[in-house]
Design a protein around this ligand. Structure first.
Ligand SMILES: [Zn+2]
Length: 438
């Protein structure tokens, strides 16, 4: 603590010598303050609405990507049409559409398929996007008693019962409920928000991959992907009940943009949803399993996966994955963590990004941090931690400057980062300094 105080004082002094005026350079605690607008958004999450969406989606019998698109009440065609109309009914501010692809047979797509993601866009002041996603398609594997489940009114090979309530009507419900909350809030966001239900996840992340590739082609900037997949089950297969913790998976390395997103969500989510523990898992996904954040990661975007803490494998990809296995209160708390993270990030300016640089100063003993100005930023916050620690340990708000010297801090012993802070105090993701490859 003594060390930290010393750095604050001397750092501010050095900064003022370099880049006057820096009178507003001051120490801040690592906790941002609560924003009443975000608190109101978090309060707007409605467990009954979430559960109603899960039940409605399960009521289409199956949402298998290759299932019928002809029947008015059964199959993926009816389900996606309902999602489109439901989200369009929330607000005129939402631009709702099918994100459609003509997919040739290949892999687990055995026939030519009209694959459609269902997308609602809430335009922001800038074109950079933040995504909230779930996959709305479902699948069932293995044998079961066909007389004990609802019968398909059609005879297509892929039309048999596949309720997919927790996997992943639950994640789709979060995307749809957030579309309603953010669009109806009347708030203006810096980022454009995209609420999307992907198809073809169960065939190998097909809908998300096609969409991510389309975004690269169209040169769309994506700040973050909040992917929710199996997010409402609070009773694990062993019988253990856990409705107080949620997992966030993110791919490495340790200072990847996705890890910064995971740290950000834990910090902001814990502030607005106290008592709900966010468990960061330093892995891309569960062993042997995949999710729709991964195609975004592979195309250079930050993306994480939200998943319940305790899985029930008996109710995954089986006819037992019915709405009674979803806990609406737990699903709502996980939705609230999404709301807090998305709102804070969408109200903040973009991150400083790759302009971040580190230099040795003061004969090599001081750390000099440099970055380029970010449009919309009112100031910047520097963070750092011991190079063996998993999360940021020290924080200093340095005001509206683009470089700063931390005296007697060796750049070899710490990891450094910088975040842009907007006029309302909302912070961007941290851009960490990672030594470029030789
Ligand atoms: Zn899933």
């Amino acid at each position: 603590m003594r060390l930290h105080t010393f750095i604050v004082a001397s750092g501010a002094l050095v900064c003022s010598l370099l880049l006057a005026p820096a009178a507003d350079a001051r120490a801040q605690s690592t906790d941002p303050s609560l924003d009443p607008q975000i608190q109101e958004l978090v309060r707007s999450v409605d467990p009954d609405r979430l559960q109603a969406i899960v039940e409605r989606l399960a009521s289409f019998g199956t949402r298998h990507t290759l299932s019928t698109t002809e029947h008015p009440e059964w199959g993926i065609g009816a389900a996606r049409q309902w999602m489109l109309e439901e989200m369009a009914s929330y607000s005129d501010r939402l631009e709702v559409s099918f994100d459609a692809y003509d997919v040739e047979p290949g892999g687990r797509i055995q026939v030519r398929t009209d694959l459609r993601n269902v997308m609602a866009i809430l335009p922001g002041r800038s074109d950079r996007r933040i995504y909230v996603s779930g996959h709305y398609d479902s699948v069932v594997y293995g044998d079961y008693d066909e007389d004990a489940v609802p019968q398909a009114p059609t005879d297509g090979q892929w039309d048999t019962y596949a309720p997919g309530a927790n996997d992943d009507a639950s994640g789709t419900a979060i995307a749809m409920e957030l579309a309603r909350i953010f669009a109806q809030s009347g708030l203006e966001f810096d980022a454009t928000l995209v609420f999307i239900g992907f198809a073809g996840e169960e065939q190998g992340l097909v809908g998300a991959r096609l969409h991510a590739e389309r975004m690269v082609e169209e040169e769309v900037e994506i700040t973050a992907v909040f992917n929710n997949d199996m997010i409402g089950n609070s009773t694990g297969g062993t019988g253990i009940v856990d409705s107080r913790t949620v997992r966030i998976f993110s791919p490495g390395p340790e200072d990847s943009i996705s890890r910064q997103l995971a740290r950000y969500i834990r910090r902001i989510g814990s502030l607005y949803v106290p008592g709900h523990e966010i468990r960061l898992i330093a892995r891309e996904d569960r062993f042997g399993r995949g999710g729709d954040h991964t195609p975004f990661n592979q195309n250079g975007f930050a993306g994480v996966r939200f998943t319940e803490s305790r899985e029930n494998f008996e109710r995954q990809h089986t006819v037992l994955d019915t709405p009674d296995g979803v806990d609406p209160a737990y699903l709502a708390d996980n939705a609230r963590v999404n709301v807090a993270g998305v709102a804070s990030l969408a109200l903040a300016p973009p991150a400083p990004g790759v302009s971040f640089n580190m230099l040795r100063r003061g004969g090599g003993y001081d750390a000099q941090v440099q970055w380029r100005q970010v449009e919309g930023a009112a100031g910047y916050r520097i963070v750092w931690r011991e190079a063996w620690s998993p999360d940021w340990e020290h924080s200093l708000y340095v005001g509206d400057v683009t470089e700063f010297i931390l005296e007697d801090i060796s750049i070899d012993d710490y990891v450094f980062g910088v975040a842009a802070v907007g006029p309302g105090g909302h912070e961007s993701l941290v851009s960490a300094y990672v030594r470029p490859p030789r």
